[in-house]
Write a protein that binds this ligand. Structure first.
Ligand code: ADP
Length: 289
């Protein structure tokens, strides 16, 4: 699996007074098994960008390749592409509509033309993967809490067995418990099924915990594309874009300013913990000596 955007520009309502340059010369390549985070201020172009990944919108200029094929070439089957690149929109629970959970999740596989047996098999597997217990399959999707509804909606996309799962702010509006459930579920899908994940989020802390590569968007441009630790080291630039580094980076920076020998480039909370513990142990030793 490979997805490649080359020099994408996108303009909403071109030639009208509402014309808006949403993406400017964005190039991006996503490989098999990546866990890619995408962050940026509201209006920076994240939603517009991810809709290019499965051909929902056509670039004003530039090319999108899926497995080295131009998805806007004549006769390219974009309907099929949408099964390979599954897009979970913001607040996907608003798209639940069937009378029971199982039927709802069968909707995608049904559209793919699979037999009813296969539809059910995929729906059951996907619901299990997002942690919905079997006894809930026949309940109405509207009976559930926000976090559960969202997991059911994600199962609906998973049931199409995508190679890539793209999620636009899947934790928006959830409490910390619901948020952790969704993120842990994505992490498991990534680890166990090797599914490629593109996660749009406004939380740098979530990015630090899950993303292996981080894209930062600003005013329609891709400004960073690097491992999270490298991105976090640009605190001032991030703040200039209305973003912030993760909390741990600020704590490490404060400790460093106070004279502790910490490594402020920690990429995860665990690394931050380790460098703080090592600095404390170093101090104790120095005090004793
Ligand atoms: P993000 O997802 O980062 O919040 P978007 O991709 O939604 O950013 O928006 C990028 C820019 O395009 C913003 O300036 C936004 O106002 C504009 N935009 C988004 N959708 C539309 C639309 N349907 N019509 C016109 N402008 C739009």
């Amino acid at each position: 699996m490979s997805l490649r955007l080359e020099h994408i520009n996108y303009i909403y309502n071109p030639g009208t007074v509402y014309e808006k340059y949403a993406l400017q010369d964005v190039s991006l390549s996503i490989g098999e098994g990546e866990f890619l985070g995408m962050i940026g201020h509201t209006g920076s172009g994240k939603s517009t960008l991810i809709q290019h990944l499965n051909g929902l919108i056509r670039p004003t200029s530039g090319t999108v390749f899926y497995n080295d094929e131009d998805i806007w070439a004549d006769k390219y089957d974009r309907q099929k592409l949408r099964f390979h690149v599954g897009l979970v929109f913001q607040y996907p629970e608003y798209q639940l509509f069937e009378s029971d959970v199982l039927k709802d999740v069968c909707f995608g596989p049904k559209n793919m033309g699979l037999s009813s047996g296969e539809q059910k098999e995929r729906a059951v597997r996907s619901l299990r993967q997002v942690g919905i217990p079997e006894e809930d399959f026949s309940r109405s999707p509207f009976d559930f809490s926000g976090g559960m509804k969202r997991r059911i909606a994600i199962a609906g996309v998973l049931a199409m067995d995508p190679d890539v799962l793209v999620l636009d702010e899947p934790t928006a509006g959830l409490d910390p418990y619901g948020r952790d459930e969704i993120l842990n579920c994505l992490s498991e899908l990534h680890e166990d099924r090797g599914i490629t994940i593109v996660l749009v989020s406004h939380s740098m802390d979530d990015m630090a915990r899950y993303a292996k590569r981080l894209i930062v968007m600003d005013h329609g441009k891709k400004v960073f594309d690097a491992p999270p630790r490298e991105v976090f080291s640009h605190i001032e630039e991030l703040e200039g874009m209305g973003l912030a580094a993760p909390q741990m980076t600020y704590i490490l920076r404060d400790l460093k300013e106070k004279g502790y020998e910490v490594d402020i480039s920690a990429g995860t909370v665990e690394e931050a913990r380790d460098t703080i513990l090592a600095a404390l142990a170093g101090r104790k030793k120095a005090a004793k000596g």
